[in-house]
Design a protein around this ligand. Structure first.
Ligand code: NAD
Length: 256
């Protein structure tokens, strides 16, 4: 059985990734903070699909915790076959008001943590002769929106990291790609609704129709299960030649 380590997998897109990979026969390393559902319950529901599950509470802001997570996962499962860098946070403010500590936190979680997990996973993947690295970027890795300077900068950076890693490991049967979702209705997005309403001086109801889905031509949120299905495809034998690229799953947003 292959093992998938998914950062930030206790909620939202990461949780869908954990569920779909468990259903597809992977063992799962679950990571992230506890939310409404207790961690033990999340683990149990993955185990019902036959997966072995290891929960590690490493904080993606802390390099030593990331290192310990990678070591523990490798000790427990022998190796990490699939690494999905998904943990991410958002903060919305005009650039001149953007708190420097929030800038740093977003860069640490949304970008630097992927550098650390990747550099630690590659030797294991090289030894196994196979590996898949998938970075959950965003449409904001390709285009900008106002008030999201740190997020947009981190996600653009993540695409640069994706391309560079892909080139370095191309001959080792390891691929590295980024997925660029549009808006997905997860706790991360729900939290942005009041903040965006405040920043733009509009009612919360208008944030969904006039800000979030305005540029998403389908006028519908992306389903997190669809992102997980695309990630599973990248792990299939058919996807060995797909590397160093970013795949949009954004309802047509970036076609404009
Ligand atoms: P979410 O808030 O539902 O989940 C985020 C996860 O990251 C949670 O499990 C949380 O515990 C974990 N996390 C947060 N800080 C952490 C830290 N310091 N260390 C470890 N784990 C941490 O968010 P989501 O919407 O599912 O977002 C997941 C990823 O998808 C993010 O990288 C986000 O940028 C990206 N994304 C989301 C959307 C969207 O519309 N929701 C769109 C494009 C990209």
């Amino acid at each position: 059985m292959k093992t998938a380590l998914i950062t930030g997998s206790t909620s939202g897109i990461g949780w869908s990734l954990a569920q779909e990979f468990a259903k597809a026969g992977y063992n799962i390393v679950l990571n992230g903070f506890e939310n409404d559902t207790p961690i033990a319950e999340l683990c149990r529901s993955l185990e019902e699909h036959g997966a072995k599950v290891l929960y590690l509470d490493a904080d993606m802001r802390q390099v030593h915790q990331i290192t310990a997570m990678m070591d523990k996962a490798a000790q427990y499962f022998g190796t990490i076959d699939v690494l999905i860098n998904n943990a991410g946070i958002q903060y919305v403010a005009a650039v001149q008001d953007f708190p420097p500590e929030k800038w740093q936190e977003i860069l640490d979680i949304n970008l630097s943590s992927a550098f650390h997990t990747t550099r630690l996973a590659i030797p294991m993947m090289q030894q196994a002769g196979w590996g898949r690295i998938i970075n959950i970027a965003s449409a904001h890795g390709l285009v900008a929106s106002p008030y999201k300077s740190a997020y947009v900068a981190a996600k653009h950076g993540l695409l640069g990291l994706t391309k560079t890693v892909a080139l370095e490991v191309a001959e080792a049967n390891i691929t590295c790609n980024a997925l660029c979702p549009g808006y997905v209705k997860t706790p991360l997005v729900e939290a942005q609704i009041p903040a965006t309403a405040r920043e733009r001086g509009i009612p919360e109801s208008e944030v969904i129709s006039e800000v979030m889905l305005k540029n998403q031509p389908t006028k519908a949120f992306v389903a997190s299960q669809d992102i997980a299905a695309l990630a599973l495809y990248l792990c299939s034998d058919y996807a060995g030649s797909i590397t160093g690229t970013s795949l949009n799953i954004d309802g047509g947003w970036c076609a404009q």
